[in-house]
Design a protein around this ligand. Structure first.
Ligand SMILES: C[S@@+](CC[C@H](N)C(=O)[O-])C[C@H]1O[C@@H](n2cnc3c(N)ncnc32)[C@H](O)[C@@H]1O
Length: 253
């Protein structure tokens, strides 16, 4: 039975939302090799830095909330918030997670997202999202993220950060994912969800949000990100995880 689950009155069936999130996980797994090991690294690093589980967690560009859900289930006493610009993905997160995770609308390219999210977070994550922003906004993002964090809190940025290491040998050890096939899977996922009648108003909102945004595809080496983090006032910043062109940087506030 369809259940009203969204503040805007949109009706979404929970089981359908769960299925769309499962296929989203499959698509993301085609883009990011060894996603599970990335997530395990970020969780273990957070526990090691704090000596205990985090109390407040924020996942930015969290999409339909898969990482947010896994963090909420690992750290059962933590208050986990996800923020995203996309109303369709937020509806999936809200429908499937039902209060387990707080899901907020917010645009990382406009600094007021910090006021919406609030402060005092022990952990802020942003996975495969910063490449949607141009370089100056990514630089500004590090300032904004630091304002969200409690002293000693951890920022974890995972994205394409190519060109460091020994490319030929790293490529042999970790064959690059088939990005063309991943793009096809991404397009098919959006094509499929685009046919859901109950999501039509949110799909229209989404189209309006993204039509004025040029595809950015920003990538910079991890050292660029580490410098931006230090310039924004983070103490330590460096790579904690790498697989081919994908890397994750941790920065301590
Ligand atoms: C490739 S998806 C990754 C989603 C999620 N982190 C994951 O790993 O499943 C990129 C996400 O960034 C979000 N996004 C793009 N531009 C954004 C912006 N300006 N502000 C907030 N979120 C944004 C998209 O809506 C999408 O959910």
């Amino acid at each position: 039975m369809a259940t009203p689950t969204h503040a805007s009155g949109i009706v979404l069936d929970r089981h359908q939302a769960v299925r769309w999130r499962e296929s989203w996980a499959h698509v993301m797994g085609r883009f990011v090799p060894h996603l599970a090991s990335l997530e395990e690294t970020l969780c273990r690093a957070t526990e090691a830095v704090r000596g205990r589980a985090p109390g407040r967690v924020l996942d930015l560009g969290g999409g339909p909330g898969l990482l947010a859900e896994r963090m909420a289930r690992r750290w059962t006493d933590a208050a986990v918030t996800l923020m995203d610009i996309d109303p369709v993905l937020l509806a999936l997160a809200r429908s499937a997670l039902r209060g387990e995770v707080r899901a907020l609308e917010g645009d990382l390219s406009v600094p007021d997202w910090v006021d919406r999210a609030g402060g005092g977070y022990d952990l802020v994550t942003v996975v495969m999202t910063l490449h949607y922003l141009p370089a100056p906004q990514v630089r500004a993002f590090y300032d904004d993220a630091r304002r969200c964090l409690a002293a000693g809190g951890l920022l974890f940025v995972a994205d394409l950060m190519p060109d460091e290491g020994l490319p030929s040998l790293m490529g042999a050890l970790n064959p690059a994912p088939d990005e063309a096939a991943a793009e096809v899977a991404w397009a098919q996922w959006w094509n499929g969800i685009g046919k859901m009648d109950s999501l039509r108003p949110l799909l229209a909102q989404r189209a309006a949000i993204f039509e004025s945004r040029l595809p950015i595809g920003f990538t910079a080496p991890a050292s660029w990100h580490a410098t931006a983090a230090r310039e924004a006032g983070f103490g330590e910043a460096g790579v904690l995880w790498r697989c081919g062109r994908h890397a994750a940087l941790a920065a301590v506030a």
